[in-house]
Design a protein around this ligand. Sequence first.
Ligand SMILES: *Cc1c(COP(=O)(O)O)cnc(C)c1O
Length: 358
Amino acid sequence: MRGPLPRPELHSIAVHAASRSGGAPTSEPLHLLAANENPYDPLPGVLDAAIAAARRFNRYPDLGCERLIDALACRFDLPPTRFAAGAGSVGVIQSLIQAMAAPGDEVMYGWRSFEAYPVITTAICGATAVGVPLTDDGYHDLDAMAERVTERTRLIFLCTPNNPTGTAVRRDELAKFLDRVPENVLVVLDEAYAEYVCDKDAVDGATICREYPHVAVVRTFSKAFGLAGLRIGFAIAPEPVAAALRMTAPYGVSQIGQEAAIASLAATDEVMKRVDVVVAERLRMENALIEQGRPISRSQANFLWLPLRERSAEFADACARAGIAVRVFAEEGVRVTVGSRESNDLFLATAANIPAGA
Ligand SMILES: *Cc1c(COP(=O)(O)O)cnc(C)c1O
């Protein structure tokens, strides 16, 4: 073939299967339980802030996201110098890997976990991905991960709660792990689902990152805060790392996104009321699935994980026929977002008609 060709590593990026959830509005009567989105429409005050900002979109956004970062610094009671915002937490994760890992360096994570880690590490950044298998029940195997640290390890991602298994890392096991990881290795807690965590023993990154100099936290406005379409996430990181992140993706967050995020922080009480409803729905769905005889584990996020193995595709197909989009991981399992009550009811009724099998 002739003509300029992109780096061959990029061929390995699978087209994102969840894209059916996003994009332009369609008339398809689909129940969107594939992308862990917030089922609620935007909060009125947040929408107003975004619309007001839209009236000025001929202007560039605030390069430093200063008011947003000040609001975050105030919320978490940490200096603004420890924060960086980006185009979704995926944007922040990409900046982190670019800032920390050169070709030959290793980026470790538990696996199965968030697909962005291997894609960004290998295809986009040319670094080496080290995926350490989860335990059989879908938890991070922190002992195995500590043992895999080498001189080339630069970054370790811990997704907690883990996407897609829904399990959270516990405080006590993390403390032991962090004591074993050398201080030149940055441990990143990806807490995209932090707001949904109920387990009192689960890690809270905002606390841990005060106690350890080699911990960063990545959070997002996409899930509980419902701003997925506006692309805004942030990191709390050691100061030199945060400074690097602020430099690597200039103008990454639109002013509409910044204003919506600031308004969302101000509306945290309302946001958390919605989170409470989702958590109650999560429990209701878990109980119903267990009653159906399905082996699920309790989730700490806004989705459920059904480890259906070789029966995953068949289950997802049956959901699709009922107008429900779920996320299938071939031969591993199906991830189902906790959505609106109506969508959840339809999902439970559909699942009840799929044989639970052996
Ligand atoms: C959804 C998700 C994100 C958030 O992505 P955004 O880019 O902020 O929309 C980050 N990490 C994990 C594990 C996720 O599941």
